[in-house]
Design a protein around this ligand. Structure first.
Ligand SMILES: Cc1ncc(C[n+]2csc(CCOP(=O)(O)OP(=O)(O)O)c2C)c(N)n1
Ligand SMILES: [Mg+2]
Length: 344
């Protein structure tokens, strides 16, 4: 029988450096602020349209989590790197520069929508942008994202895949099969775990034996970093560290973004599993947009400038909603397109 290896014989693994909070120029931070505000106002409007019956089916809002998508994706290259996520996907699309009009038109089920009105809130793609959905099956995007990273490596296109998933999805089996392959093959891949504390009505405390999600890759030798997901500059700093690690051929990396969703799981969630005070505390004391506004003030941006941005964003959202309401529904014949891929 082979003797067990002493601890000292375990390989000394290289670790990524501790990320630094990103130091933006005034223009960069203004841009992050605008993007977060666009996501917030877009989703507030989507919530209203849902209430009016203009959006059907499921609709999962991202409000509260904006700093995650903006902080991570602002460090990536649209068209070269790929992004994939679950059903809570509007913010990730907006943060990747996809036109709010075609996203809103998709939500209202119109022909002009990015998936011709047939996908709705949960199933939106833009291959042109390298945005691969929009997945309703919890955890599916982890395996699919691992495949996307394999494609980047195989075709040596220099791209990295960013695969987002939640604290709930992190307990799925396919996640760990993917981790194993990703590290074995040193794939260019960031696993971004958006830990918003809940999976539908189930809290992390009730469901996760290891609630420090950044450590979930340890037995596969995948390093992990825990990040304040309510601070866009902390997220951007971590994105830089993660991208440097994985682009240089060191394999996948896990980022755990500690965040919070203000709204229910979906539009039909009465949210009885948490207190009003808990939500209020995040809104009042940890809001990512307020935080960026404070950082902007410290960089000398006047309140009037922020008010002008508010107006600019409001107008974009009003236009998107108008476009989505006025656009025609798909023709019945559209039911038979995009069902089968007949040639490759
Ligand atoms: C395979 C599978 N199981 C269950 C569901 C039902 N479901 C939809 S969302 C969800 C919770 C996922 O929570 P989390 O991964 O934390 O993401 P969050 O909604 O917080 O963004 C569940 C169980 C599903 N869609 N797919
Ligand atoms: Mg969650």
């Amino acid at each position: 029988m082979q003797a067990a290896a002493p601890a000292s014989a375990l390989p000394n693994r290289e670790r990524p450096p501790e990320p630094k909070r990103f130091e933006p120029s005034k223009e960069q931070l203004l841009d992050f602020y605008k993007q977060m505000l666009l996501i917030r106002r877009f989703e507030e409007r989507a919530g209203q349209l849902y209430g009016l019956g203009l959006i059907g089916g499921f609709c999962h809002l991202y409000i509260g989590q904006e700093a995650v998508a903006v902080g991570l994706q602002s460090a990536m290259t649209v068209g070269k790197d790929s992004v994939i996520t679950g059903y809570r996907d509007h913010g990730h699309m907006l943060a990747y520069g996809i036109d709010p009009k075609v996203i809103m038109a998709e939500l209202t089920g119109r022909q002009a929508g990015i998936s011709k009105g047939k996908g709705g809130s949960m199933h939106m793609f833009s291959v042109e942008h390298g945005f691969y959905g929009g997945h309703g099956i919890v955890g599916a995007q982890v395996s699919l994202g691992t495949g996307l990273a394999f494609k980047h490596q195989y075709s040596a296109d220099g791209g990295v895949c960013l695969s987002y998933f939640g604290d709930g999805a992190a307990n799925q089996g396919q996640v760990y099969e993917s981790f194993n392959m990703a590290e074995l093959w040193k794939l260019p891949l960031i696993y971004a775990i958006e830990n918003n504390g809940y999976a539908m009505g189930t809290s992390v405390q009730r469901s996760a034996s290891e609630d420090q999600f950044y450590r979930r890759g340890e037995s596969f030798r995948i390093p992990g970093i825990q990040v304040d997901g309510m601070d866009v500059l902390a997220v951007r700093g971590a994105a830089e560290t993660a991208l440097e690690w994985t682009r240089s051929g060191k394999g996948p990396i896990i980022l755990e973004l500690k965040t919070y969703r203000y709204r229910g799981h979906s539009m039909s969630d009465p949210a009885k599993y948490r207190t009003r005070e808990e939500v209020q505390d995040y809104r009042e004391n940890h809001d990512p947009i307020d935080r960026a506004a404070k950082d902007l003030a410290a960089l000398g941006v006047a309140e009037d400038e922020l008010k002008a941005i508010d107006k600019e964003i409001k107008d974009i959202v009003v236009q998107a909603a108008k476009f989505a309401e006025d656009a025609p529904e798909p023709e019945a014949a559209e039911l038979f397109t995009d069902v089968l891929v007949e040639s490759y």
